[in-house]
Design a protein around this ligand. Structure first.
Ligand SMILES: [Zn+2]
Ligand SMILES: [Zn+2]
Length: 123
């Protein structure tokens, strides 16, 4: 696939507005999506505004839904934490391994959440 304007350049993407293949040189960096020209940037911007406005009026959050991994990891962490507490009582000692795995799940949950937050800021 080659750029619509520069036949010798390999395209890095397709304009989100008019579906032309664009090279690095032609790709507009200020666009949230790939666009081939300022006109397309403008049109995409207007489209985005409309979509945002529509979503807002419909009461749908503009933020993307939280990835299921966040709650899944958190749930696993909670289960392991409770298991750890239970095992500690049963054995009369401190079940460090279960607590360590539980902590690891909480960390993974936190990382997924951070990833979700950063993705949201860029969109
Ligand atoms: Zn275009
Ligand atoms: Zn080009």
């Amino acid at each position: 696939m080659h750029c619509f304007k520069h036949q010798e350049q390999h395209a890095i993407g397709i304009c989100a507005n008019c579906a032309k293949a664009v090279c690095e040189q032609c790709c507009r960096e200020d666009a949230r999506k790939i666009a081939c020209s300022d006109t397309c940037v403008q049109e995409l911007f207007v489209e985005q505004q409309t979509t945002d406005g529509l979503r807002g009026s419909l009461g749908i959050g503009i933020k993307p839904p939280m990835p299921p991994s966040v709650s899944t990891y958190f749930l696993f962490g909670m289960i392991l934490l409770l298991t750890g507490v239970y095992m500690s009582f049963q054995r009369g000692g401190f079940d460090i391994l279960t607590f360590a795995i539980a902590a690891a799940f909480f960390v993974m949950s936190g990382m997924s959440y951070r990833q979700y937050r950063s993705r949201c800021l860029s969109c």
